[in-house]
Structures are given as C-alpha cells and as structure tokens.
Design a protein around this ligand. Structure first.
Ligand code: SAM
Ligand code: SF4
Length: 329
C-alpha cells in the first residue's frame, strides 16, 4: 500500500504516455507550444509496463492512460493491452480528446480498456476551432459514436467551464447527456502557466449548478467512491448525468488518492505542487523493482496535504511554470 504522510492510500495512477498533442487547447497548451521532450527521454512501453507493475505491487488498482493526447502515441493499443494485463490492475480508463477515436475505439475495447473520458468543451463548430485551433468537432462526435458502437458504456464527456466561452451551452450539454446517455462533467477552469486563464473567465461550479436548477430539478447521485472528485446530478426523466469537478473553488485534496507519471518518467504526487521525483534514470541505471518501489514510496511522501489556493497564488512564479500539457492530464 502506498500511504502518504496524511494517511491517504494512493491507489490511482494517471500515466501520461506522450507529451505530444494534435490539438492546441487554449486552456492547456501555451500559445508558443512547449518544447517536446526528446524521443529517448520518453519512457518505452517496456519501461511503462514495468513501472505500472511496481505501482500495482504497491496497491495501485486503477491506471488512467492520458497525455498529451494518448491516441497519438504509436502502438497505443498494444500499450493499453500491456497495462490491462498487469497483475493487480483492475481498471484502465483513458482520457482523450477523441479526434482519433473513430479509428481506435474498437481495438481499444478489444484490448480491454475499461472506460472512455472524452474532452469536449463546445458543441459549436466555430468555438471548437477557436478553443482547440482545429476544425475537428465532427471527428470528435464521430469518435463518440464509434466509442458507443464498440461497446463502451458510461462514456464521460469532460468540458472545461469557461465564462464567456461555453457557459451558455450548459443546457445543450444537458441535452447531449440525455440524447446519448453520456455522463457530462464540467471541470472548473484551472490556472496553468502559458494559458489564456484569467480570473474573469473562471466560473465556479456552484454558479453553473444554480443556472441549471433554474430549468431542471437536479437529483444528486451518490458517489461510487469517496475519491471521485465530481459531484453529479440526474435530471428526472432524462438519461445520462451532469456533474461538476470543482477543483478550484472546493478543493478535494483530503480525498485525493492520485499519483501521476509523466511521459519522461517523473512521479508527480500532486498536480498543483512543484514537486516530482525521477524514476526513469534510476530504472535505466539498473534499479531493482524493490528499489523502484522504495522511490515511489518516497515520491508519495512528497504529496502535500493540500495544494495552494489557486486564485490567490496564480501570479507566483511556481504556478506559472506548471503546464498541464507537460505534467499530463
Ligand atoms: N488530450 C487528452 C484530453 O484532452 O482529454 C488528455 C490530456 S488533457 C491534459 C486531460 C484533461 O485536462 C482534459 O479533460 C482537459 O480538458 C483538462 N484540462 C486541461 N487544461 C485544463 C485547465 N486549465 N483547467 C481544467 N481542465 C483542464
Ligand atoms: Fe491536447 Fe488534451 Fe491539452 Fe487539449 S487538453 S491541448 S487535447 S492535451
């Protein structure tokens, strides 16, 4: 069991399999881009598989495959299969922008992927182009259809809630949830370095909930697990659900059981703290599984009790250095 200094048992690993992406979302990717890590710095499949095995031996049960955009990593289906087959791993979901999903949905399902989270912030073509820099809305919608046809149920849609950009689409997303039986999750806009975040674009989840309540009765859904950061609602008589991840206004650090592994093999115990620990070099220099396990435990002890107040500290140098695309979502 990986237990941190505050008694949280860390059983959930998010693995960024690449820092490359085929979109340029304004809330994630700095306008000038990021310097990609050189090929040899990126973990190989064998290295990811080995590290996942060590994490699993320490009690990790769920591994989310993310990025960058995971579907741009060549051989991704093979990698998913390797993670799925790792002893001890019970659930392997993926977070993707969906652009290439139509091509991969079936083989991902066959490889044993547990669940799909597809990021989609708007249902309007012009806005999709504006926020991602790519005219790919139809491709993402085709990806969603392919995901469903391949047998993925309970598909989640992640939308970053941005005041003045998509806050007028709350009801459209509620309709999408009903029509397609999707679980829509609005994520509060988190401040990351180099992005277009500004205070005026931030909308607290509570405000969006209040707006939805003006039109619909919202029935709270009981959480499946205490570490699920979203609170969700069902609309009586409608399919799917609508939920909110209020990472900025209501931090859920107390129940956070996550660790992250970057594409270049750094263990990041908290998305918003400036601490990490390299696993790649010790592994390449011949560390045994036991030594890697000890390093992972050491990294877990760096997990802070709670992260800083986003809104207060965004101007700090440390906050501006943090880039979602490099850390891995
Ligand atoms: N490329 C994949 C995708 O977009 O789903 C996976 C990686 S992406 C970094 C993972 C998630 O982080 C996405 O759902 C994205 O919307 C979210 N994200 C990125 N920047 C964010 C921000 N500034 N605030 C809130 N969520 C953010
Ligand atoms: Fe790429 Fe995902 Fe970041 Fe958008 S949110 S730029 S799709 S990694």
């Amino acid at each position: 069991m990986i237990t941190d200094l505050f008694g949280r048992a860390l059983d959930y690993l998010r693995v960024s399999v690449t820092d490359k992406c085929n979109l340029r979302c304004a809330y994630c990717m700095p306008a000038e881009g990021v310097s990609l890590v050189p090929h040899r710095a990126v973990l190989t499949f064998e290295e990811i598989e080995r590290l996942v095995g060590v994490f699993a031996s320490l009690g990790v049960r769920k591994v989310r495959v993310t990025g960058g955009e995971p579907l741009v990593r060549r051989g991704i289906v093979d990698l998913v299969g390797r993670i799925v087959r790792t002893r001890g791993i019970e659930s392997v979901p993926m977070t993707t922008n969906g652009l290439l999903l139509a091509q991969y949905a079936r083989s991902l399902k066959d490889a044993g992927l547990s669940r799909l989270n597809v990021s989609l912030d708007t249902l309007k073509e012009d806005r999709f182009l504006e926020i991602t820099g790519n005219p790919g809305l139809q491709a993402v919608l085709a990806g969603l259809r392919a995901g469903r046809a391949a047998g993925f149920d309970r598909i989640k849609i992640n939308a970053v809630l941005i005041r003045g950009f998509n806050d007028d689409e709350l009801f459209d997303f509620a309709d999408l949830a009903d029509e397609c039986d999707f679980d829509v999750r609005f994520i509060e806009y988190m401040p990351f370095g180099g992005t277009t975040w500004e205070r005026g674009k931030f909308m607290p989840a509570s405000e969006a909930v209040a707006r939805l309540k003006e039109k619909f009765p919202l029935e709270p859904i009981e959480k499946r697990s205490s570490s699920d950061p979203a609170y969700a609602f069902r609309i009586p008589g409608r399919k799917g659900s609508i939920g909110f991840i209020a990472s900025v206004s209501e931090s859920f650090c107390q129940s956070c059981t996550r660790l992250r592994l970057t594409a270049e093999g750094r263990l990041i115990p908290c998305l918003h703290a400036d601490v990490s620990l390299d696993l790649r070099e010790p592994m390449r220099k011949g560390a045994t599984d036991e030594e890697l396990a000890a390093l992972i435990q050491e990294g877990a002890r760096l997990k802070p009790k709670a992260h800083e107040d986003f809104l207060k500290d965004f101007s700090s140098e440390a906050a501006r250095r943090r880039k979602m695309i490099s850390i891995g979502g």
